[in-house]
Design a binder for this molecule. Structure first.
Ligand code: FUC
Length: 348
């Protein structure tokens, strides 16, 4: 495995570096130590054309102004926290209301907007960050580590680990926007998605979970056998309409050994398979990508990428019946997600 290190500019005198991992098959994953952002994933289509399959930018300046959490690790808590505050052991903690009136993806200066330490390791790169007590309002000094490893089976292994000296909340994810067409030739609406999930979370008008789990059966949320994403963009289901004609919903992953998430583009033959030990995946179909700005000269527009955010359930702190996202001193927060970049082998 080759890791190529290059300068990617600087912020306030702090250098930012890009790390390109290239495996023996020519698959490439590039990440920078600003926000642990994955800037590029180059993978072959069924004809052997190697092209980029994530939304990204060429310059640090573009990432600094990016409002979409493009490719970044988001936290301390991925997703929204209602009212931007929570109570832990009788104490109220107030967070940034950066998605008014709620808190989103770790706040104004979340993990996506800080410079991480970086170390090249065997097979990839490991990023670490010390988040001081009360950063963005959260309690506890937290030491975070995010590791990206690329293997020769075209799998990117992402490991998250965190330790705190005080009870706090932690559940992070990667916010890459996938588009398997290759160099963003079209939107993702005719990509097919398969998720082994029987239930998803109902959202209110601020995209906050109401606390209700909805069965996916007989609805555009049933991805158990695989179907095209446009079933949701064209649907009249109130939950699709609510989030801007599409998906922005947490799906609960079925607990068994076959809980892979599969995304396919039939035209290019590319298949992305995701395996995770997290309880949920937030499927976000880029409904709020605005027709302003560009991703490497491709004009931004709705549905240009899909985020498959493996994580704990959003706003879990306000819903005691959700799997917990609290960690205490002496405990380790750890989670793993593996992305496999494959191709359809038999013609459809
Ligand atoms: C996703 C969504 C949000 C938001 C953001 C950019 O994770 O859940 O609605 O628009 O990312």
């Amino acid at each position: 495995m080759n890791v190529i290190q290059e300068s990617f500019g600087e912020i306030g005198g702090h250098p930012v570096t890009s790390f390109s991992m290239v495996n023996d098959n020519g698959v490439e994953v590039t990440a920078i130590n600003y926000g642990c952002i994955i800037t590029k994933i180059v993978a072959p289509d069924k004809h052997g054309n190697y092209e980029n399959i994530v939304l990204g930018h060429d310059t640090l300046k573009d990432y600094v102004k990016d409002p979409y959490y493009l490719g970044a690790v988001v936290g301390r808590v991925a997703g929204r926290i209602k009212g931007g505050s929570f109570e832990l052991d009788g104490k109220i903690y107030n967070l940034a209301k950066n998605d008014p009136p709620n808190h989103l993806h770790g706040g104004d200066q979340g993990f996506n907007r800080v410079i991480w330490n970086a170390e090249i390791i065997d097979g990839g790169v490991s990023f670490s960050y010390f988040s001081p007590d009360r950063e963005e309002g959260y309690p506890g000094n937290v030491n975070m580590q995010v590791t990206y490893l690329l293997d020769n089976n075209n799998q990117l292994h992402v490991y998250y680990e965190g330790h705190t000296d005080q009870k706090t909340l932690l559940t992070v994810t990667n916010h890459s926007y996938f588009n398997l067409s290759g160099n963003i030739k079209k939107d993702i609406l005719d990509h097919a998605l398969q998720i082994k999930s029987d239930r998803f979370l109902e959202l209110d008008h601020e995209f906050i979970p109401t606390g209700n789990f909805i069965e996916v059966g007989n609805s555009p949320f049933d991805f158990r056998s695989g179907r095209e994403i446009n079933i949701g963009s064209g649907s009249e289901h109130p939950q699709n309409v609510l989030v801007g004609e599409g998906y922005d919903h947490p799906f609960l992953l079925n607990i068994n050994h076959d809980n892979e998430i599969v995304l396919k583009d039939f035209e290019s033959g590319r298949i992305l398979t995701i395996e995770t030990d997290e309880p949920a995946v937030v499927v976000y179909t880029g409904n709020s990508l605005k027709p302003e700005g560009c991703f490497r000269r491709i004009p931004s527009r709705k549905y240009l990428g899909i985020c498959l955010e493996t994580q704990g359930l959003p706003d879990a702190i306000h819903h005691p019946h959700f799997p917990g996202t609290i960690i205490d001193s002496g405990e380790t927060y750890s989670s793993k997600t593996v992305y496999k970049f494959g191709i359809e082998t038999n013609e459809e």
